[in-house]
Design a protein around this ligand. Structure first.
Ligand SMILES: [Zn+2]
Length: 282
């Protein structure tokens, strides 16, 4: 079966066609020489108390699914390297989901974090506080590491982030913006957190932009000025969202989002004063 799957994947790679889902919770795509795995922990609704809509967009609230959120993380396979992009909300399920795609934690060579909110880093530690990915280098933006490391900041989220930075400390890379990290390039996307970062992956003329938490709920496509209480600096987050959305609608690059409904991949088209999200990778 494994051989057959390998042959099938090989044929799909050669033909450049996106592979079908391998199992519930996991979808696999190809982009040039890369294999891209989208892991979903399940879609859910975000409470409207967490969402602020400008007056002009209050009617958007009534749209079906306006507040639906995905919970995704991703792996890109390139040769023998495996890049984990964010690490999921629940430590127990991250490794189990990876297993569904035949990926063992020991095979992860790099971890790229868009930011260090708990739903993106819980999957990095076992219940005992050990590294789930002991062979991986952890890549975190300098601005992000500085924010979570600031001793003046108190609370459980900060303690968890510091624990992650300490546990992976021997293999920690605090990168500068607009730099190349292996197969990806960092793009500053500050606001949601002070060091929130997107990653651009290129292949055969098409880019995939892993944009983390630029969007939490679908109404933000229609109106990029909608923001959530999780945004550390909402005006900066809005400005970043507008800038990136304008660029990505123009370029036609694919977007990969942590909270876009599963599997979290698609592209943007301008529509009205905002955008329309077109799911899939065609
Ligand atoms: Zn998040």
């Amino acid at each position: 079966m494994r051989v057959l799957t390998g042959i099938l994947t090989g044929i799909l790679l050669l033909s450049g066609i996106s592979a079908p889902a391998k199992a519930a919770g996991v979808k696999e795509y190809t982009l040039g020489d890369y294999r891209v795995f989208c892991f979903s922990e399940g879609d859910r609704a975000t409470a409207f108390e967490k969402i602020t809509l400008p007056e002009k967009s209050a009617a958007l609230r009534a749209q079906a699914g306006a507040n639906a959120s995905g919970m995704n993380f991703f792996v890109v396979a390139s040769g023998d390297e495996r890049y984990l992009i964010d690490a999921g909300n629940a430590g127990k399920t991250t490794a189990a989901l990876l297993e569904q795609a035949g990926i063992r934690p020991a095979q992860i060579t790099h971890i790229l974090l868009t930011h260090m909110h708990p739903d993106h880093i819980r999957g990095l530690l076992t219940a005992e506080g050990q590294a789930v990915f002991p062979g991986a280098t952890l890549h975190v933006a300098r601005e992000e590491a500085a924010y979570w490391s600031n001793p003046a900041q108190k609370g459980g989220n900060f303690e968890r982030a510091r624990q992650v930075l300490a546990v992976y400390g021997k293999r920690l890379d605090c990168f500068a913006q607009n730099s190349v990290i292996g197969i990806a390039a960092s793009i500053p996307a500050f606001g949601h957190t002070p060091g929130h970062t997107a990653f651009r992956l290129g292949g055969e003329g098409k880019n995939l932009v892993f944009w983390g938490d630029i969007v939490h709920v679908p109404i933000q496509f229609a109106d990029p000025e909608v923001f959530l209480s999780y945004d550390v600096d909402a005006p900066q987050a809005i400005a970043t969202r507008k800038r990136l959305m304008a660029q990505l609608a123009q370029s036609g690059d694919f977007i990969v989002g942590a909270h876009i409904l599963a599997p979290g991949i698609g592209r943007l088209e301008a529509e009205g004063e905002g955008y329309r999200f077109v799911p899939g990778m065609e």
